[in-house]
Every structure is written in structure tokens, then in C-alpha cells.
Design a protein around this ligand. Structure first.
Ligand code: F6P
Ligand code: MG
Length: 464
């Protein structure tokens, strides 16, 4: 459940950190002529129309399926959804004001209140929030929420996921390397009891890195175009190490291995994974989760996915179940063993999947304790929370224009439900916790280092 407590927005306005909303430290799309080619600007100008066009095309291609299922009503619904998406594309391309949501869904009021809040920030300058003059994080989330609105306003096709096809394509195109990863996991599990401490740590680090580089495969950076896994990542880990800019893997190991040693005192060791993309990345996450249970570094894993289709490739409960089913039905014995084990973990409650509408709101995570206290309380039960991906990083750090050397702890702005780690490849112009000069050096040698997905981080923070 999400609520705004009385005075929530007032408290935001009084919070010196959030004053940056007013003073412009928040990443906006157009901040002057120099910003016109910023990644944020290009996202809204080029990538969003591309994603919307692809969604329209997908609906169009399913026309006969809708007709077969629902008759004329299905055809009418398809037309309606297409016209709503075309209108949305036009609004974004012509920099129209951002309008309130109209249909009634679990989060409609909260979105509209957030929009009013944006409006109140602009009132002083007499403006209205518009597509090219609003905070990037807000505009981008709003676009995906409007896509959802177009679909739910078009019954009986209101449960259609316009991104499902792309997510499934990513899975099938990555199949060779998904199989390689599953085989690697099963061979590891057979010998896991015989591994000494340093071998186990080594395997843990390998699977963490696989999960990190799995985050390269998102479909929103590529504008909805295919972005599958094309190499056997297990063989590339050594070569990729220099691209890990912050590497807190040792801290993850010491946290979990110490908990394991005190198992008599703590009956459960809980690791929560805030999922990102479905397809290859999800397989890397499930592989890591399986390893954590098999090695007894954890006793239960809690996953968090999205309640609505989101940023093209983000995982919904449907994607989660679909993927496990696919792996289970593989012709390869070791691969299907993975699928069977994963299904059993879910049945036995050792893997728990959670939905929460907060993950598809535009809020940065520091607002979670106020906006979604139930979710915050759930996360507090974890011994460790892994946040996958770029969007989660943007929400962890508030998507501010931080100096590269600002400590991660500071950028979290009080969001400390439990020890946490961001596992993220860099696809947006925000990065904290670097060594002095590190960011500047990268900028000088590779101007686009922040947005290509080539670099990654394991960035840890503990509330203690
Ligand atoms: O388009 C904005 C963005 O946050 C990019 O920075 C990134 O490419 C993508 O969306 C989402 O990435 P991820 O799937 O890693 O959260
Ligand atoms: Mg994503």
C-alpha cells in the first residue's frame, strides 16, 4: 500500500536535501543550450518516441489475435490503445504539459499528487511541468505509467504487455549462454560441499560478476531493440574486471560468511534482491540466488519485481514465472534441473516473490519509509539487499548531479533499511563514491563512459 501522510510534501519542501529540486541540482532535460545533447535530453527526444512506436507496432501486429479472442471488441480495443499511445507520442515530441492520469488504478491518486507537487515547485516561475522541462527521472517513469494507462483504458485487451515479446526474444536469443550458465551452476552445486572457504568465495565473486554484467542486457537503453547476451560471460570475467569502478564484493562476502558462521544464533539468513530486467539478467540473478542457498550463505531469498510493464525489460511476476517454466522445460538435463529446483524453492517458500506499486512510482528511495512504510518494513527484515540495475541506482541516489566523490552513504539520504549493495552497469549520468580524479580521468579518455553500460559497480552501504 502507498500513502502520502499528511504533510509529506510539506516535509519535502522543508528538507534541505530536497531543496535541490528547486535549486536545480536535479537532473533536468533542458537546462540551457549546453544541455541539449545530454543523455536525459536524448532519451526523451529519441528513445522514448522509438519505444512508443515499437509498442504501437506490437499492438498492430496482434490485431488478429485480439479479434480471434474477443471479436470486434478486441479490434476496437486495439485501435483505442494505439490512438492513446499515438497521442502520448505526440505530447512528448511536442513538449506538451504533463497531464494528470485519468483512469482509476492503485496508484493514480499518488501519481496525480506527485504531479501537483511538481507543479507547485514551478508555480513561482508560473510554469507547468512539461516533457522537456521536468526532472528526467519523473518524466521517464511517467511515460511508462502512461503506456500502462493506455492499455488498461482499452478493455478487453487491458492485460496485454506491450513489451512481453521483446522480453521473450531476449531470453531466446540468449539461450546458448543461459544454458552455459545453468550448466556451470549445476556442476558447481555438485562439488559445493567440498569447497574450502577461499574456493567458495571465489565462486561467489564469479556469480556476483555474472549478475553485474547481466545488467548490460536491458531493452530500454537500446530503445526497445534486441539486447541479448552474445558471449559466454563466464569466460570474460577476468577481462571485464578493470571496468568495475567500485568493487565492494569483499564486504558482501564478509557480511554473509560471518552470518553463516553464526548460524546457531541467527536461524535465517535473508537476502533480498530488487530485480531489474527479465531475460538473461534474470537468469544471472536466479543463478546467484540458487548459489546463495546451495552454499548456505543464505537460507531464504526475497525478490521484488514490477507490478506493471516497466522500462521495457523489467521483470513482472508473469516474466518471473514464465522464465522458470522455460528453463524447466529445457531439453538439456542440467538446465531443466535448474528450472525444477527454482520452482521448488518458490513452492517451499525459500524463494519469495513480492509485488509492490512503489517500485513503479517516480519517487527516489529515500521517500519509501514515508510513502510505502510497509515495503520499507519488509526490506528491514533482510540481512542484505541487492539492488540490480541502473534505474534502481538512480532512485537510490535521487538522480542528482552529485560530485563523483560524494560518499554513497550520503547520496542515499537516509535510505538505510538494511545493509545494501547496488549492482549496476552505468547507463545514466549519475555516479558517486569514486576516488578523487577517477571520474575526471574517465571523462577525459571516454566522454560517454557514464551511459554505455561498459562500466559497472558493486557499491555497498551499511546502516551501522
Ligand atoms: O533510460 C533511462 C535508464 O535509466 C537508462 O539510464 C538505462 O539505460 C535504463 O533506463 C534502465 O536500465 P536498467 O534496466 O539497468 O535499470
Ligand atoms: Mg530495467
Amino acid at each position: 500500500m502507498c500513502v502520502y501522510r499528511p504533510g509529506f510534501f510539506h516535509s519535502l519542501l522543508g528538507n534541505p536535501y530536497l531543496q535541490t529540486l528547486k535549486t536545480g541540482f536535479l537532473r533536468r532535460l533542458r537546462e540551457g543550450p549546453g544541455q541539449r545533447r545530454s543523455f536525459a535530453y536524448l532519451t526523451i527526444k529519441d528513445r522514448i518516441p522509438q519505444i512508443l512506436t515499437k509498442a504501437i507496432d506490437t499492438l498492430h501486429r496482434h490485431k488478429s489475435e485480439f479479434f480471434e479472442k474477443h471479436g470486434e471488441e478486441g479490434t476496437e480495443a486495439e485501435k483505442k490503445a494505439i490512438s492513446l499511445l499515438s497521442k502520448l507520442r505526440n505530447e512528448s515530441q511536442t513538449d506538451k504539459p504533463i497531464i494528470p492520469l485519468v483512469e482509476k488504478f492503485a496508484d493514480t491518486d499518488i501519481w496525480n499528487q506527485y504531479l501537483e507537487y511538481q507543479q507547485s515547485l514551478l508555480n513561482e516561475s508560473g510554469g507547468k511541468p512539461r516533457w522537456f522541462y521536468s526532472p528526467w527521472l519523473f518524466v521517464e517513469c511517467y511515460m511508462y505509467r502512461r503506456i500502462h494507462e493506455a492499455v488498461i483504458q482499452s478493455p478487453p485487451i487491458d492485460d496485454f504487455d506491450v513489451f512481453k515479446e521483446s522480453k521473450e526474444q531476449n531470453f531466446f536469443e540468449s539461450l546458448e549462454f543461459i544454458e552455459a550458465l545453468c550448466v556451470h551452476l549445476q556442476e558447481l552445486i555438485i562439488t559445493i560441499e567440498d569447497l574450502d572457504e577461499s574456493q567458495l568465495k571465489n565462486e561467489f565473486f564469479k556469480l556476483l560478476q555474472i549478475s553485474l554484467w547481466g545488467n548490460k542486457c536491458d531493452l530500454s537503453l537500446s530503445g526497445g531493440e534486441t539486447s541479448s547476451q552474445k558471449t559466454n560471460i563466464i569466460h570474460s570475467l577476468e577481462d571485464l574486471k578493470p571496468f568495475i569502478l567500485v568493487n565492494d564484493m569483499e564486504r558482501l562476502w564478509s557480511l554473509l560468511s560471518n552470518l553463516k558462521k553464526t548460524r546457531e544464533k541467527v536461524s535465517t539468513i535473508r537476502v533480498d534482491i530488487v530485480l531489474d530486467n527479465s531475460g538473461f539478467e534474470l537468469v544471472t540473478d536466479l543463478t546467484l540466488a540458487d548459489f546463495l542457498l546451495s552454499s548456505k550463505l543464505a537460507t531464504e531469498i526475497h525478490f521484488y519485481g514490477k507490478m506493471i510493464p516497466w522500462f521495457v525489460s523489467d521483470t513482472t511476476i508473469h516474466d518471473f514465472n514464465w522464465l522458470i517454466e522455460q528453463v524447466k522445460h529445457s531439453n538439456h538435463k542440467l538446465v531443466s534441473k535448474c528450472g525444477n529446483d527454482w520452482e521448488n524453492y518458490v513452492k517451499m517458500g525459500r524463494w519469495v516473490y513480492h509485488d509492490h506499486i512503489f517500485w513503479t512510482l517516480p519517487h527516489e528511495f529515500h521517500a519509501m519509509s514515508q510513502v510505502a512504510p510497509d515495503l520499507y518494513a519488509e526490506l528491514q527484515k533482510a540481512h542484505l539487499i541487492l539492488f540490480k540495475g541502473d534505474l534502481n541506482y538512480r532512485k537510490l541516489t535521487g538522480d542528482r548531479k552529485w560530485e563523483f566523490t560524494v560518499p554513497f552513504h550520503q547520496a542515499l539520504n537516509g535510505f538505510h533499511p538494511a545493509p545494501l549493495c547496488s549492482i549496476r552497469t552505468l547507463k545514466a549520468e549519475v555516479q558517486v563514491g569514486l576516488q578523487p580524479g577517477q571520474g575526471e580521468q574517465l571523462t577525459a579518455s571516454e566522454p560517454n563512459w557514464l551511459t554505455t553500460g561498459k562500466y559497472g559497480v558493486f557499491q555497498f552501504d551499511s546502516p551501522l
